[in-house]
Design a binder for this molecule. Structure first.
Ligand SMILES: Nc1nc2c(ncn2[C@@H]2O[C@H](COP(=O)(O)OP(=O)(O)O)[C@@H](O)[C@H]2O)c(=O)[nH]1
Ligand SMILES: [Mg+2]
Ligand SMILES: [Zn+2]
Length: 224
């Protein structure tokens, strides 16, 4: 048991070192990097598709899609007209920094303002792996229930943004967006919270303004 713990520590240390060098490279290039974390079906890809549609022509975007086996999400993003690199984890439950490093062989971050990573659908371990991102964005959708921040606190503690998705369904569900927001803020009072619907498009403006502001800050810091 001791030996296994030692190995795991080495792996996470190696990940932290590589994530640090990715972060330095992203800072040098002035590219904002967001890591989307959520359970399967929360609406990560749908939010990306609509965000891309709204930001196209304004910001240069690229997406890295982490998926256990398929290219379905990368195909959706490619269909939205943005370069999408697929990482198949072969059943692995989270992305690691070395996978991002490899994917960067296929994206020229010098030509990108915002790089979005869609992590493997899982509210547990993706939260614990640094990918060199500026922020983790946790998506929690109302049909999952409004108690998820309390049950999976790490995903919310390690995020800077919480997107409450599928607010269009609120009239049909016992879950409450207000309760979900309050539970998120209980676990992490520093969260920026935006409630939206990837189907109707409601609530996207404040979220997209957050992306615009952070992208501009990142670019300005690189040029300073
Ligand atoms: N009603 C509703 N359905 C949504 C919304 N966002 C996503 N969905 C649906 O939820 C399902 C999962 O969405 P997807 O984007 O693939 O989730 P992901 O697994 O987190 O990437 C799909 O059937 C979407 O059409 C939303 O805001 N409202
Ligand atoms: Mg997806
Ligand atoms: Zn995992």
């Amino acid at each position: 048991v001791k030996k296994q713990i030692a190995v795991l520590k080495d792996v996470t240390e190696a990940n932290a070192i590589l994530a640090g060098s990715l972060r330095a490279e992203f800072a040098r290039q002035g590219v904002l990097v967001l890591d989307f974390v959520a359970s399967p079906g929360a609406g990560k890809t749908s939010i990306l598709e609509r965000s891309i549609e709204r930001l196209a022509g304004e910001l240069r975007l690229a997406v890295i899609e982490g998926d256990p086996y398929t290219t379905l999400d990368a195909d959706r993003i490619g269909g939205a007209g943005v370069p999408a690199v697929q990482i198949n984890t072969g059943g692995g439950c989270h992305l690691e920094a070395h996978m991002i490093h490899e994917a960067l062989g296929q994206v020229d971050v010098g030509d990108v303002d915002v790089l979005i990573v869609e992590n493997v659908g899982n509210l547990l371990c993706p939260a614990g792996w640094d990918l060199g991102e500026d922020a983790k964005v946790v998506v929690a959708s109302l049909p999952e229930g409004d108690d998820k921040p309390l049950k999976y606190p790490q995903a919310f503690q390690n995020a800077q943004v919480m997107l409450i998705n599928k607010v269009d369904l609120e009239p049909y569900l016992p879950a409450s967006a207000a309760v979900l927001r309050a539970n998120g803020l209980t676990v992490n009072p520093r969260l920026d919270v935006f409630a939206l619907s990837a189907v109707t498009g409601e609530g996207f403006d404040p979220w997209l303004d957050w992306v615009r502001r952070r992208a501009a800050e990142k670019r300005a810091a690189a040029h300073a």
